[in-house]
Design a protein around this ligand. Structure first.
Ligand code: KIV
Length: 266
């Protein structure tokens, strides 16, 4: 296995034109799988609320839930750079609240960075976190924690004014000290423009191919989460089908008295 990925390597990858591959994990097993497959960055995303806990959005996710999942992932991930999401209302209230929440993610879970959604309105918060030694990843474009404000999971930055606001927000996060920015569900051309404007890496999800890296929700790309499939997700496996078929075979074997066999008995 190659060397531990650090924040410096993530920064260097942009400079050297090497793409950053990132995925989400919420538990030990997926942490192990991703780390063994040499992913660069693992995010304990608040998407856990939708694909693990069954919430309708990421809004109900609590800091304690992210802490619980981050601890499990940390026990597995030894090589990749580990980022934990700041969930809704764990950082919006004040920079002090953001420091307190981020401090817990770093101290209790061993997160190497935190991620927060929002632009220039959080520049001061980002500055305070970075000054305290907490690396921050920004998140712009479609920000799922603001789904109620946005009126759905719609593509963002489509008109000139909205695009300009995202570019300015990205610059503001960079100036505040963010080490990278997730760009979610924005036009590919806009993501390319932001990527060329910034010196810090951009990591896209539904933002085209011109970003410095890509991230997907692991449960989506493995075909585990079937409730909906965003257009930007490429399915690399169909694990839900494999699991259902394996369980069906087990049920059939048990019902038919074909499991366990003599070799599987004592
Ligand atoms: O919560 C999450 O998983 C995310 C990624 C999709 C970027 O924010």
């Amino acid at each position: 296995m190659s060397d531990k990925v650090t924040i410096n390597q993530i920064r260097r990858m942009k400079k050297e034109g090497r793409k950053i591959a990132a995925l989400t994990a919420y538990d030990l097993l997926f942490g192990l799988f991703l780390d063994e497959a040499e992913i660069d960055l693992v995010l304990v995303g608040d998407s856990v609320g939708m694909v693990f806990s069954g919430y309708e959005s990421t809004v109900p996710v609590t800091l304690d839930e992210i802490i619980y999942h981050s601890k499990a992932v940390r026990r597995a991930v030894k090589r990749a750079f580990l980022v934990a999401d700041l969930p809704f209302m764990s950082y919006q209230i004040s920079p002090e609240e953001a420091l307190r929440s981020s401090g817990r993610l770093m101290k209790e879970c061993g997160a190497e960075a935190v991620k927060l959604e929002g632009g220039s309105e959080y520049a001061e918060t980002v500055r305070r976190l970075v000054a305290a030694g907490i690396p921050v990843m920004g998140h712009l474009g479609m920000m799922p924690q603001s789904v109620n404000q946005l009126g759905g999971y719609k593509i963002q930055g489509k008109d000139a004014a909205a695009a300009e606001k995202i570019v300015e927000d990205a610059k503001s996060l960079e100036q505040a000290g963010a080490f990278a920015i997730v760009l979610e569900k924005i036009p590919a051309g806009l993501a390319g423009r932001i990527t060329r404007t910034l010196t810090i890496p951009t990591i896209g999800i539904g933002a085209g191919a011109e970003t410095d890296g890509q991230i997907l929700v692991t449960h989506d790309m493995l075909g585990l989460f079937e409730k909906f499939q965003p257009k930007f997700v490429r399915r690399y496996a169909n694990l839900a089908d494999s699991i259902k078929s394996a369980v069906k075979s087990y049920v059939a074997d048990v019902k038919a008295g074909q499991f366990p066999s003599e070799e599987e008995s004592f």
